[in-house]
Write a new protein. Sequence first.
Length: 287
Amino acid sequence: MLSLAMVSVTFAFAQKKEINAAFKAIEAGDVAAAKTQVSAAEAVIGANTSSVDPALLEKLYYAKGIALLKSGNIGEGASTLAKINGLKTSKFTPTLAGKIGGTISPIVQASNKAAMDAYNAKNYAVAGPKFREVYDLLRAAGQDNKQYLYYSAITYALAEDKANAINAYNDLINSGYTGVETKYFAKNKKSGAVEELDKTSWDLMKKTANGDYTDFKTETSKSVEEELYETNASLMLDTGKYDDAIALAAKGLQKFPKNIKLGEVQGLAYYKSGKNGSVSCQLKSSG
């Protein structure tokens, strides 16, 4: 028992030593040293990160993610940094988001431009991963803007990258994303131009008598939740994930019982999976 305890202490010490060394290296701008220390830390930890203190994991993800970004590996760097946000619990709050923001700001702008340029050129195979990069980078900095995840899901589907599209749609559905967003507008009295304001400013200006703005209006976008279920269930059907398609269609029909497409997808999934006994029942329920 004493020997096991000593091994555990030695293991924990090695974790801490390697991770702190990686963190100090990336803070000093030594990307090569940071990569070396990250590799050493990951070799000690292995696949099981559940036993690692979250504060140490945050440093590890930060060091690895920034090192990857500075080496030009934006996609993997973004997804690594995004893991930091997933460490948040009632007992632990990540503290490095502020440091990440300054580093990634120009990268976010470049990735977003690349995504939009590729999308407008109908180069969807490039646009999908780029939109995902933007989402992951923003999430790493504490901004969980799922609109970019939605863009990536659509674009992955257009690129026929159905595996990544399904993953993105699953993330959106499981998060409860609906796409409903309210924007706030008012006319600037001096310029005569209609400007978009944040809600706090809009509320304040609206309450201010004889202020600089007038004609206060809002625009609320429509929900895309039903579309998420339809598209993802169809993608699952197309890729032979029949059980997943059946389950997702059933979940969607609970929310949108009159949706004909979901009923059809579920019926076809039952049929193609060989569960013929359930098809007639399902088609009747959808009809």
